[in-house]
Each structure stands twice: as structure tokens, then as C-alpha cells.
Design a protein around this ligand. Structure first.
Ligand code: ADP
Ligand code: ZN
Length: 596
């Protein structure tokens, strides 16, 4: 029955990890808390049981744009869904209430305010509610990263709807947040399902920032015409990057809290609809974006914690297809955040500082990045080679003479009396004849030119790696390098630091990318993408509500010739087959004809 539903409405053959378990607890009427990573398929966990159970499932969601997209996508699949929130006209609201009373809806999306409102709650109580699902449930927790006071009030649900099971979903929840959610919502002996935090389709890479615009362009150029997000720390940096990209002819727009709200909203909408390729944003951007086909997330500035990084980079590749996550970091980012860290509570400050150090370590360290992320979230990582990070792809490798190289760097810092910054030190090490160095007679030091066989940026990177491993630190005021106790241990050969360098300039193609494109003619894909866009515009829905990229690629792979064949493509349900088989089969035919 369930499988049939999956096939009929969504055109899926099987479940993603934990989906089946999550669906079964809904069907069994047992409260649940489900933590699955972005792209893990949380929505299906409540949508599929909503379709098979009698009555209407109520879904609580924090943002109108999210609800709208989900309702559009469900209707495209042929599922009766509606939403009720403050943006609808009274007439429209009445219509929804009518549909609800008549039992015509399988799913009703509501904002938390509305669900708890004095007018609406009684209406719902009289209707047949199959269950209540709370999406983005981490918003109830003050411990989480996106607390919303109106979500906290959802604690009242158990009083208002004592006989209705409650199911909660989120992508990010530490143990503390999970406990807080279960307590706040008063879940009754809930089923707790926590999936792996790993996102195998994301390819992680980190490099030291040199020229952020050039570095960004090198990534953008690998994804022409695709959607990407570029994060920067400050508003000013966002504006500058957006202007620089626009001047070079890229389709990019800024997004930050200091902008005119209308313009900001327009930029977000245009990005969601695929009218604009690139959004350059501060961390303010992202909530309310469930665009599935973001092909890269690029940090041209380091976030302050790995929690933030996981969340922001996680906006890439929700559709399960390959996507790239780059960090272009700099010691400066670390300093910026360190400077902003302040709390009246020394314990809080200590935790923040540790998290910042972990984030910087992640950037600088030469180790598998999938493993580093998963282990950071207290889960085990089983693979030895993720096949999807710069380290495992062999784009960087560990220096065999790391100890010796580190000692050269550290002794240079000592010879400079620990009074100079990273750039100056690197210049001395590479044997620069710059005026300032000669004037200071640092070209006479024994450490001058000790690393002259290496390019300057490389030596700068090693210095950052030593900072990240706490062998060196910077002073707050003048950003001067100082040796730490660990650094002294390295100098004495008692501790081995880890240093790495890129194996070449290029970027290798990962297994993930290869698999996702196997058997897909890129030109045909572009044709079908254009057709999808046209159809989406005509119907006034987002393109992904018609077909996701995974389905589009599957269509390219199988090149169906009849509606029956079309129906068997992954992601094509009954309704969509009926509606779209014709145009897509014709487009494939025309494309093949054109080739002849
Ligand atoms: P989340 O809300 O957890 O980030 P979504 O519900 O948006 O994830 O689903 C992510 C993607 O996975 C969507 O493109 C969806 O169509 C796809 N998906 C969900 N369930 C399945 C399944 N069982 N088989 C194949 N694809 C699926
Ligand atoms: Zn790896």
C-alpha cells in the first residue's frame, strides 16, 4: 500500500534511510522526533502517511515561502494540499476552511500563530486531523541556532489536541536540542530516529583565501548557468563581491540584513525561481530556501562554528545530486570572529572560542572532511576514503618532512623576536629582498630564504596550519605571531605537526560527479531544463515542483518514447506522467532529429 502510494504520487521506487521507520511511526500513531540531514527526505516522512491515512494532516512550518513551495510540489504530484497563513485573503481562508470541513484535503500547512489562534484551533478540532507534523522543529529550542518564540508556544498543542499524535522533524539537533524539543512539545514516549549527518553527495574542499573573486570565479565557471550561494562575513564584502561578479557578466545578486527589504526579497525569489544564478549573502540568508538544485556553496569567509558550516554548506545538493562546498579561509576570519566573541559568562566564551578553533582546524587540517564533520557531531564515520573531499581525492597531500618545515617556520618566528605578522614572516622565509626586510636587516638572519624553494602563498598556508594546530598564535592587537608551548615542543622535536600542500592546480572529478552524470547527454539535459522552465512559468510553480534534476537526468538516460516508458522513470508519478509525458517525449524526439 505504502509502496504503491510512493510510486503513484511520487514515482519513487524505494525509501531513503530511516524514511520507512519514520513513516511507520506516523502510521502507528506514535509520537516521533526525526532528525535527518538536509536532503534526507523529511517531507516524505509525513506526506506519504498523510496520503494513506483518513483525515487531514496538519503541517506546521515557520515560513510562508516554504509552505507555498511544498503545497505547489504536492499539487503537482496530485495530492490535495493547501496552506493557511496570514498572507491569504479572507475569501481564500474561508475556502480552505470549507475544504477542510468537507474532508477534501490530505495536507494542510499552517503557520504556528495560526494553528494556535483562537479562531482557527476550534475549526481544526472539529475537523478530522490525522496527525500534526512540525517541520524545522529545532526552532522551538533556545539552544538551537534559529529559535522562534512562536514555535515555543507549540507546547500548547498537547492540550489543544490531546488525541492527535505529534511528529517533529529537523535537520540539525544536538542531543541537548533533541531533549529540549521532546520536552517542550511534550512528546509521549516518542520514537527517536536520528540519521547519519553525512552528506555523501557533497564534495568538500578548503583553500586559503588569496583573491576571493578569482577563486570564486574558478568555481562558478565549473557550473555555468547553475545555482550557487556565496557566503561572506560582512555586508560590505557581500556588496563588493556581488558588484565584482556582475561587472564580469555573472548573474549575481546580494542578500543581507542591511538591504531594502523589498529588494532583498526580490533577490531571494529570483534566485529560488532560477532567474538569477548566484546569490552572494551573509549568514542571514538561507532560512526559507529549500531550493533543491544548488550546485555549489562557497564560503569566501569562514563561518564561526562547524554547526553553522554544516547548515550553510548543507544547502547544496538537496536533490541528492553532486554539489561542491568550498571554503576559502584566512587567518583574518579567525581573528574577526575571535574579536567579536564576547560574553559576560566566561564559560560561554570558552565554548565559543573552542568552537571557533574547531572550525579553523577544519579549514586548515589535511584530513578527510566528511569524517571530520561527522565526528564533530559525535557520530562514527565508517569509510576510509569518502571519495568526495580534497584530501581523499588526492588534491592535497601531507608533507613528509612536516616537522622539519614547521621547525624552519617556528624558528624564523623566534629569530624575528616574535614581533612580526604572518606575511612578513613568510616573506623572510622565502627570501624576499623587499625594502623593509633589507632595512631591518632580516635578510641577514639564518632563517632568511630557508623555504625559498616554495611559493609565498604556500608558506603562508603552512603558517595558518600551524596557527590552527595551536603551535603559533596571534596577538589580539597587532596580529603578531607568537610561539606557544606546543610550538616550543615542535621546535624540540617532541611533537609532530601536520602540514599539507596541494598536489597540483587542478580539481579532480570525484566518483560522485561521475556517477550522477553517467549516460546523460549534457546537451539534451539543457534542452529539457529549458522545457521545464517554460512549463513552470506557464503553470506558475517553481521548476523543481515539475521535476527535480535527478528525474531530468533519468529522463535523459532512458529517453522514453511512450507514456508507458515515461511513467517508469524515477520521480514520475501518475499525475505528472499524464501532464508531462507528451511535451518531454516530443522534446527528446526533436533533439534527436536535430542531431541527425
Ligand atoms: P529534506 O526536507 O529532508 O531536506 P526533502 O524532503 O526536500 O528533504 O527531500 C530531498 C530530495 O529527496 C527531494 O528532491 C525528494 O524528491 C527526494 N526524495 C525524497 N524521498 C525520496 C525517495 N524515497 N526516493 C528518491 N528520492 C527521494
Ligand atoms: Zn574524505
Amino acid at each position: 500500500m505504502l509502496r504503491e502510494t510512493l510510486r503513484k504520487y511520487w514515482g519513487f521506487e524505494s525509501f531513503l534511510p530511516l524514511q520507512r521507520e519514520a513513516i511507520e511511526s506516523v502510521l502507528a500513531g506514535r509520537d516521533s522526533l526525526v532528525v535527518l540531514p538536509t536532503g534526507g527526505g523529511k517531507s516524505l516522512c509525513y506526506q506519504a502517511p498523510a496520503v494513506v491515512m483518513p483525515g487531514t494532516a496538519v503541517v506546521v512550518s515557520p515560513l510562508i515561502s516554504l509552505m507555498k513551495d511544498q503545497v505547489d510540489a504536492l499539487r503537482e504530484c496530485g495530492v490535495a494540499a493547501a496552506r493557511s497563513d496570514s498572507s491569504l485573503s479572507p475569501r481564500h481562508q474561508d475556502e480552505v476552511v470549507g475544504q477542510l470541513r468537507r474532508g477534501e484535503l490530505k495536507l494542510l500547512y499552517v503557520s504556528p500563530e495560526r494553528l494556535l489562534s483562537e479562531r482557527f484551533a476550534p475549526v481544526l478540532r472539529r475537523a478530522e486531523v490525522s496527525f500534526i507534523a512540525v517541520d524545522e522543529v529545532h526552532c522551538v529550542s533556545t539552544w538551537g541556532h534559529d529559535f522562534r518564540p512562536e514555535y515555543r508556544r507549540l507546547g500548547a498543542l498537547k492540550d489543544l489536541f490531546p488525541d492527535v499524535a505529534l511528529h517533529a522533524y529537523t535537520a540539525t539537533a544536538t542531543r541537548e536540542v533533541q531533549d529540549d524539543i521532546m520536552e517542550t512539545l511534550r512528546l509521549e514516549s516518542p520514537e527517536l530516529l536520528v540519521g547519519s549527518f553525512d552528506r555523501p553527495n557533497l564534495i568538500y574542499r578548503a583553500r586559503r583565501r588569496e583573491n576571493e573573486v578569482e577563486q570564486a570565479i574558478s568555481v562558478i565557471k565549473r557550473h555555468p548557468g547553475r545555482s550557487g550561494i556565496i557566503y561572506r562575513i560582512r555586508r560590505k564584502d557581500v556588496d563588493e563581491m556581488a558588484v565584482a561578479l556582475q561587472a564580469l557578466g555573472f548573474s549575481a545578486r546580494p542578500y543581507h540584513a542591511g538591504m531594502d527589504p523589498d529588494e532583498r526579497k526580490r533577490n531571494q525569489d529570483d534566485f529560488s525561481r532560477g532567474e538569477v544564478d548566484i546569490i552572494v549573502a551573509t549568514v542571514a540568508f538561507g532560512m526559507g530556501i529549500d531550493k533543491p538544485d544548488v550546485r555549489y556553496v562557497l564560503h569566501a569567509g569562514m563561518p564561526k562554528t562547524l554547526e553553522h558550516y554544516q547548515q550553510q554548506s548543507g544547502r547544496a545538493g538537496r536533490d541528492g545530486l553532486e554539489a561542491e562546498c568550498w571554503i576559502f579561509y584566512a587567518g583574518e576570519d579567525y581573528e574577526t570572529w575571535k574579536f567579536l566573541l564576547s560574553s559576560d559568562d566566561p564559560e560561554v566564551e570558552r565554548i565559543q572560542s573552542r568552537k571557533l578553533g574547531d572550525m579553523y582546524g577544519f579549514c586548515c587540517d589535511a584530513a578527510c572532511r566528511h569524517r571530520a564533520l561527522v565526528e564533530y557531531f559525535d557520530q562514527e564515520y565508517e569509510k576510509n576514503d569518502c571519495g568526495a573531499c580534497d584530501f581523499c581525492l588526492g588534491e592535497v597531500h601531507c608533507l613528509e618532512d612536516a616537522l622539519e618545515t614547521a621547525q624552519k617556520i617556528l624558528s624564523c618566528v623566534a629569530r624575528l623576536d616574535q614581533r612580526y605578522g604572518a606575511s612578513y614572516t613568510a616573506n623572510v622565509l622565502t627570501g624576499s629582498g623587499a625594502e623593509r626586510i633589507v632595512q631591518n636587516r632580516h635578510d641577514e638572519l639564518s632563517t632568511w630564504g630557508l623555504l625559498s624553494e616554495h611559493p609565498l602563498p604556500q608558506v603562508r598556508t603552512w603558517i595558518e596550519q600551524l596557527v590552527a594546530q595551536r603551535c603559533l598564535r596571534r596577538t589580539k592587537k597587532h596580529r603578531v605571531l607568537k610561539l606557544t608551548r606546543r610550538g616550543a615542543d615542535v621546535l624540540r622535536g617532541r611533537r609532530r605537526p601536520r602540514l599539507s600542500r596541494p598536489s597540483g592546480d587542478g580539481v579532480t572529478v570525484s566518483r560522485v560527479e561521475e556517477e550522477d552524470w553517467t549516460g546523460v547527454d549534457a546537451e539534451l539535459f539543457e534542452h529539457l531544463r529549458a522545457l521545464r522552465k517554460e512549463l513552470a512559468e506557464r503553470r506558475g510553480v517553481p521548476a523543481f515542483a515539475i521535476f527535480g534534476d535527478a528525474t531530468l537526468r533519468a529522463i535523459c538516460r532512458h529517453r522514453p518514447r511512450t507514456p508507458e516508458e515515461f511513467r517508469w522513470v524515477h520521480g514520475v508519478g501518475v499525475k505528472k506522467c499524464h501532464r508531462y509525458a507528451g511535451p518531454f517525449i516530443n522534446a527528446i524526439h526533436a533533439f534527436e532529429k536535430g542531431l541527425e
